[in-house]
Design a protein around this ligand. Structure first.
Ligand code: ZN
Length: 307
């Protein structure tokens, strides 16, 4: 179902709405908290085979790097031992499998993803089950690039609050529209993903959303290698080749729509991975230093401290 919504006031802070997201049509944006959203909010239907990715050579070569990224994801949660870690939008459980915790639950909408997690010995819940559940007492609940996909993010945050133990943490990774990267690349921005992303956050709008759900931000990290640095790389390739196909990303991750690979994509991928790499690293560093990175990782808690 497609519906035009929140045309006049921001759903988070009630402020005036601007047509276009930094000039990009098809989006609306809040003048005050810098929340952006698609004019027509339409829930994405994830096909059943979404997670049955072929194990290509590129993907296998990428595995050590992916595991390094996963170890950083765990680092955000601190060193203390975990009894229960819940990962929302867990996909096929690639990350959750690497998590050190007594019990691990993957929340996932796609049945193929859940099936693969069960085969790896992980517990699973559907999105609807998670939203209804209370009192699981998790040490950590993580949302890796999930809240920009769901129509009602507040439902997920309420569920997170209901299922955290006292002093437990949530970890949220999202794209950031208040970034140099988005302003530089607009429709070529890797994290725009118009077919999947309904909401676009900024540090201030995410803070508002978390306040509404009674969470307090502990830290915001602007330096993500996994999402910010690689996002800059793919954004530069897109912008210079004039393509929105996200070729490099598709090569190493699941293929999400589109299949065209053009000469320009190959040339600019090769360039920014070699001679042009310092440009990418410089752009990533400047974005991170000035807190205008293409993605952010927020760690928040309910404010109730463990005794
Ligand atoms: Zn707002």
């Amino acid at each position: 179902m497609e519906k035009e919504t929140y045309l006049n006031n921001c759903p988070l802070c009630g402020s005036r709405v601007i047509n276009g997201m930094y000039g990009l049509s098809g989006y609306l944006m809040c003048n005050n908290c810098l929340l952006g959203w698609k004019k027509k909010l339409k829930s994405t239907e994830y096909v059943t085979e979404y997670y049955v990715g072929k194990s290509t050579l590129a993907r296998r070569l990428f595995t050590p790097l992916q595991n390094f990224f996963y170890s950083i994801r765990q680092w955000y949660a601190g060193r203390q031992k975990k009894k229960l870690w819940i990962d929302v939008g867990a996909g096929e459980g690639g990350f959750l499998k690497t998590v050190k915790a007594k019990r691990r639950i993957g929340v996932e909408i796609s049945s193929s993803g859940k099936k693969m997690m069960k085969e790896s010995g992980l517990d699973t819940l559907s999105d609807k089950e998670f939203i209804r559940t209370k009192g699981l007492g998790a040490d950590v609940i993580s949302f890796w690039h999930v809240l920009e996909h769901v129509e009602k993010p507040e439902e997920y945050l309420d569920a997170a609050r209901n299922n955290l133990k006292k002093g437990g943490k949530i970890i949220i990774g999202v794209p950031n529209i208040d970034s140099f990267e988005f302003k530089f690349s607009k429709q070529y921005w890797f994290h725009l993903q118009p077919q999947f992303h309904l909401w676009h956050y900024s540090p201030s709008s995410l803070k508002k959303l978390l306040q509404k759900s009674k969470f307090k931000i502990n830290t915001i990290d602007y330096w993500s290698i996994e999402h910010h640095l690689t996002g800059v790389l793919q954004t530069f390739i897109n912008k210079f080749s004039g393509s929105k196909e996200n070729v490099l990303h598709r090569l190493v991750k699941r293929s999400a729509g589109g299949s065209k690979v053009r000469l320009g994509d190959i040339f600019w991928s090769g360039f920014f991975l070699t001679l042009g790499a310092p440009i990418i690293v410089l752009f990533w560093t400047i974005g991170s230093i000035f807190r205008r990175s293409g993605t952010i990782v927020v760690v928040a808690s309910t404010g109730r401290k463990t005794p």
